[in-house]
Design a protein around this ligand. Structure first.
Ligand code: ADP
Length: 241
């Protein structure tokens, strides 16, 4: 599913969090939004998801204009910063959540929900933890459950806010490879937020560098190291942080 972002802007009070910005994302692409804290990455991600409304502009998924659609109707998978799992629910119930809250005519039967949860837990290789609670899981396991939950409604667009932010370096590296594999295998279009340059370069097809609510530069990691512009990205991030 391609994503078209056209002249999107956002103010919080008098503060211009996003200047009008545009970005064209191809079907199957993985985009890393990179930039210092406060540069507008999460705001842009939330606007793509429909969790936040824009002040101007237009968002299109494929040939469908979703600008005025509620988050529920955009059908995106969203992985929140720090996982945001429901502490009082088991792992299986967390994964089932997105299906349970679907309007009745779209909600699968109980048996179908169970089957799908089982399948998702197998996919993230955590089926043995179905009856545990989030507090009993490691950080990496919580992250994988958050991803399984995001995928429950079979979205074509996957949005992730600092997906590996809270994990240690070794787990981050493992999960990165795994996420990229899943993205390629399932054919998602993905956008993730990070302030980790290495992560952005390793995971994404294109890195969108943001600064003060603007898109500062777009780079393709394959060419980034060799590109005459690459110094700019590194200098920029070095100065900004
Ligand atoms: P990033 O993800 O790059 O760290 P954000 O998109 O979270 O940046 O925030 C961009 C700017 O907008 C920040 O200065 C932040 O304080 C401000 N901001 C974000 N959300 C809100 C909000 N709900 N109300 C007021 N200001 C906000």
């Amino acid at each position: 599913m391609s994503i078209l972002i056209e002249n999107i802007s956002k103010k919080f009070g008098h503060f211009q969090a996003l200047s009008p910005l545009s970005l064209d994302i191809s079907e199957g692409e993985m985009i890393g939004l990179l930039g210092p804290s406060g540069s507008g990455k999460t705001t842009l991600l939330r606007i793509i998801a429909g969790l936040e409304g824009a002040d101007s502009g237009r968002i299109q998924f494929g040939d469908r204009d979703v600008t005025n659609l509620h988050v529920r109707d955009r059908r995106v998978g969203f992985v929140f910063q720090n996982y945001a799992l429901f502490r009082h629910m088991t792992v299986a119930d967390n994964v089932a959540f997105g299906l349970e809250v679907l309007p009745r005519k779209e909600r699968p039967s109980r048996a179908e929900i169970q089957k799908r949860v089982q399948h998702l837990l197998e996919m993230v290789q955590l089926e043995h933890l179905a009856n545990r609670f989030p507090s009993q899981l490691s950080g990496g396991q919580k992250q994988r459950i958050a991803l399984a939950r995001a995928l429950a409604t079979q979205p074509e667009v996957l949005l992730l806010d600092e997906p590996f932010g809270a994990l240690d370096a070794k787990v981050r590296k493992e999960l990165r490879r795994w996420l990229r594999g899943l993205h390629d295998e399932l054919g998602f279009t993905s956008v993730f937020v990070t302030h980790d340059q290495e992560e952005a370069l390793e995971l994404s097809d294109r890195v969108v560098v943001m600064s003060n609510g603007n898109i500062e530069q777009i780079d393709q990691p394959g060419t980034l190291y060799a590109s005459p512009n690459s110094r700019f990205v590194f200098d920029f991030l070095g100065n900004a942080n």
